[in-house]
Design a binder for this molecule. Structure first.
Ligand code: FUB
Length: 350
């Protein structure tokens, strides 16, 4: 992922116009996956560090080593850092790059789902378990069988079943799995193996989880996003097609699949009538933030929806040093989400 030119930005002006503040400032955090467990908000973010790795389009500079869980009693409360919840050194199968995680609760146990690169350089998704939402989490010895790529997000359906959405292109390697096995050719290129611009876009993946939440109960399927004509979005439709950062929330009986468009920096959403989709593209949730990546979650507290997201305002624009934030998210009377502008009267891409 390239470093965006930020020379035109005045960070004092930017921070005075930001619609929300970082939730924590003593560490850098990103990719916030928020859930309500036992009436309290728990946020499962990436823990950004500067490990000194050079910037590249594969995201090698995102060299995170551990996770911290952040908790809040209410949206207005102080955000509390609960310390290290999992470290890569304790994950037998993982070598590096603990990217965006998620968590779920089942029968009083808490499951942390996380991507990491194995010693073969291939991203897989693992699970770690704790008796409490804040961890520490004990990892399984192996990654989930049949898992690949990054950015797991696990949705709990009202019937008690759980579905994992996952995947990310470029450095997230999703394009290398198009044939069903990992294509290692052109290892330095994030663009090799992508569909042509006039072909259907590469889709996020979905798989139902087994009852113990430790494995896929079925082969992963495509999460298809349709345009207004009912046709799959095309790979060249970069302002709407899926890039990474899947999330699923349910509102008034409809399923909202949201995601980042990556190199065009939007958080968009599409609506469907079941967890598998297809979903119809419905608009933008969040306009571009400072920093290259955008990644979010949507969580309800006391009847109000909130968007959790990140930007690089605290680090003055350093792409891999981000800070988690939150803001109210509004569905209008027809169920469409009102687009959020992260800085009043300011477009960071202008
Ligand atoms: O934090 C590392 C990667 O950056 C995440 O996995 C992506 O979603 C992007 O936010």
């Amino acid at each position: 992922m390239p470093e965006e030119s930020i020379e035109h930005l005045n960070f004092d002006e930017l921070n005075s116009k930001a619609i929300s503040e970082p939730l924590v400032t003593h560490i850098y955090t990103a990719d916030p996956s928020a859930h309500l467990f036992n009436g309290k908000i728990y946020i499962y973010p990436s823990h950004d560090i500067d490990a000194g790795d050079a910037f590249d389009d594969l995201g090698s500079h995102f060299a995170m080593e551990d996770y911290h869980v952040i908790s809040m009693d209410t949206p207005a409360s102080e955000a509390v850092d609960n310390g290290i919840a999992l470290h890569v050194n304790n994950v037998p199968w993982a070598e590096k790059q603990l990217w965006a995680p998620d968590a779920q609760e089942k029968d009083g146990k808490y499951y942390l789902f996380f991507p990491a690169k194995g010693y073969d350089g291939i991203f897989k998704i693992g699970v770690a378990i704790s008796d409490v939402p804040t961890g520490p989490f004990k990892p399984q010895a192996e990654a989930i069988k049949g898992s690949f790529s990054i950015d797991p997000a696990v949705f709990k359906e009202e019937d008690g079943s759980y579905y994992m959405y996952f995947g990310g292109i470029w450095g997230g390697q999703l394009q290398r799995w198009r044939s069903g096995s990992f294509n290692a050719a052109d290892p330095e290129s994030p663009f090799a193996h992508l569909p042509a611009d006039d072909q259907p876009a590469l889709c996020a993946k979905i798989a139902k989880l087994t009852d113990d939440l430790l494995e896929f109960a079925e082969p992963a399927r495509d999460v298809v996003i349709l345009d207004e004509q009912g046709q799959p979005l095309l790979q060249g439709d970069t302002e709407r097609r899926f890039f990474e950062a899947s999330w699923l929330h349910k509102h008034n009986g409809r399923y909202y699949f949201s995601y980042s468009t990556g190199d065009t920096h939007f958080i968009c959403y599409a609506i469907g009538d079941n967890p598998y989709g297809p979903f119809t593209y419905s608009g933008r949730i969040l306009n571009p933030v400072v920093g290259w990546t955008s990644h979010h979650s949507v969580c309800k507290f006391s009847g109000e929806w909130y968007l959790f997201y990140h930007d690089s305002s605290l680090s003055k624009g350093i792409t891999h040093l981000r800070s988690i934030k939150m803001v109210r998210l509004i569905h209008d009377e027809n169920g469409f989400i009102k687009t959020i502008h992260p800085y009043n009267d300011l477009n960071v891409l202008a």
